[in-house]
Write a protein that binds this ligand. Structure first.
Ligand SMILES: Cc1cc2nc3c(=O)[nH]c(=O)nc-3n(C[C@H](O)[C@H](O)[C@H](O)COP(=O)(O)O)c2cc1C
Length: 364
């Protein structure tokens, strides 16, 4: 696998960066030579401190990052109960009808979507937990708060920012971000409108020399070779890890992900209220259907649907289960391990680079 200057700088062996909510995935990726980023946006602040301490211990000195989201919100209620008072009756009735239609029992286990509300106090507490931890890198997504970037840097942490458009690069540079993650339309999760192949070179051109990672749709080594050609120093993957033993994806969701092709993902506001690419399911279909209400803006969509989403996940209600997933999902159709994915990507990248060299020589 080709190493890039960023590998030296961060002390990693391969320029493969992995976003995951799973500690086991993070540890396995670090062991395979990549750079793990633990997704903490769905975690309560206390749990974040605990999880980071655990990852730190298991990684025995290897670097890793933590990712937080900073979306602009439509409202600032201090509790879910308070926010519930604002939910339109039509929406409440729609969700109750879905619960009845699919015979969904109540959730029993704790779940982020059922228990938390996103507001500024919540983001501040999450940020404090991350800044006070021993994590080596802090990643910001969806929004880019300069004070968080500056505070992370003051504590000696490397800072990454996800950007979905070349016009976001200026703000990232002004905030002092160290590494840009150009996350294109193909990506799983909250995404912008510009495809990865178009976005990466635009971000590289605007970056003024900051290292750039290509994110969104990456599932094959050919794309890693292409990402180097586009000017990226590495790739950033999210969907890949959902198909690993380490992630422990629940059975009904796993079946759906393994069977999915690129066209089986869809961008919907029905998850969080903001555009988010997910694997298609009856959840996205029901919200897309004629007569369905328009999803509510963040944070109200989760206030409305949180308990039902938690129940769907807990009881694995097959037609409705879904997860954020990118167009890369097509490359992950069997349950495997993080190490096997990294190994495959390395082999494919090497082969693609050799093929490029051969083809270009023949052309010359
Ligand atoms: C299940 C899942 C959850 C995600 N949640 C977040 C998140 O909380 N914060 C974030 O910055 N990115 C999140 N992402 C996006 C990833 O960081 C990454 O940009 C994306 O997965 C890349 O595209 P790919 O899925 O095709 O590999 C998520 C992606 C997936 C698949």
């Amino acid at each position: 696998m080709q190493r890039t200057p960023l590998c030296e700088r961060l002390g990693i062996e391969v320029p493969i960066f992995g976003f995951s909510h799973s500690i086991d995935v993070a540890v396995a990726l670090a062991e395979a030579g990549g750079f793990p980023v633990f997704g903490a946006a769905r975690e309560a602040p206390d749990k974040i401190s605990e999880d980071i301490a655990l990852i730190k211990k298991r990684l025995r000195g290897k670097p890793f990052g933590v990712d937080l989201m900073y979306p602009k919100l439509a409202g600032e209620e201090s509790s879910r109960d308070e926010a519930k008072k604002k939910l339109p009756a039509e929406h409440v009735a729609f969700v109750a009808a879905l619960k009845a239609k699919y015979s969904i029992p109540d959730p029993v286990k704790p779940n982020f979507f059922a228990d938390q509300i996103r507001n500024q106090a919540f983001f501040d507490a999450q940020t404090r937990a991350v800044l006070e931890s021993e994590v080596s890198a802090v990643v910001t997504a969806v929004g880019l708060p300069k004070d968080v970037v500056q505070a992370a840097k003051a504590r000696g942490k490397t800072t990454f920012a996800l950007v979905g458009s070349a016009r976001h690069v200026k703000a990232a540079k002004e905030a002092g971000v160290d590494i840009l993650v150009a996350q294109g339309y193909d990506a799983g999760g909250h995404t912008g409108l510009v495809g990865t192949y178009t976005l990466v070179p635009q971000v590289v051109e605007a970056s003024g020399g900051l290292p750039v990672l290509a994110a969104g749709g990456v599932g094959h080594g050919r794309q890693i070779a292409a990402a180097f050609g586009l000017g990226a120093q590495g790739v950033w993957l999210g969907t890949a890890w959902l198909a690993t033993r380490e992630y422990g994806t629940p059975p009904a969701l796993l079946r759906k992900l393994l069977a999915a092709r690129s066209e089986d993902t869809v961008i919907t506001r029905a998850h969080s209220g903001k555009p988010c690419r997910v694997v298609k399911s009856s959840w996205s279909d029901e919200w897309d259907a004629e007569g369905a209400p328009k999803p509510l803006p963040m944070p109200y969509q989760h206030v409305l649907t949180g308990e039902l989403l938690a129940a769907i996940e807990e009881h694995q209600v097959e037609p409705l289960v879904y997860e954020a997933a990118g167009q890369s999902v097509a490359w992950f159709n069997e349950l495997t391990t993080v190490a096997a994915i990294v190994e495959r990507l390395k082999t494919e990248t090497r082969a693609a680079l050799d093929e490029m060299k051969r083809n270009l020589k023949e052309e010359a």
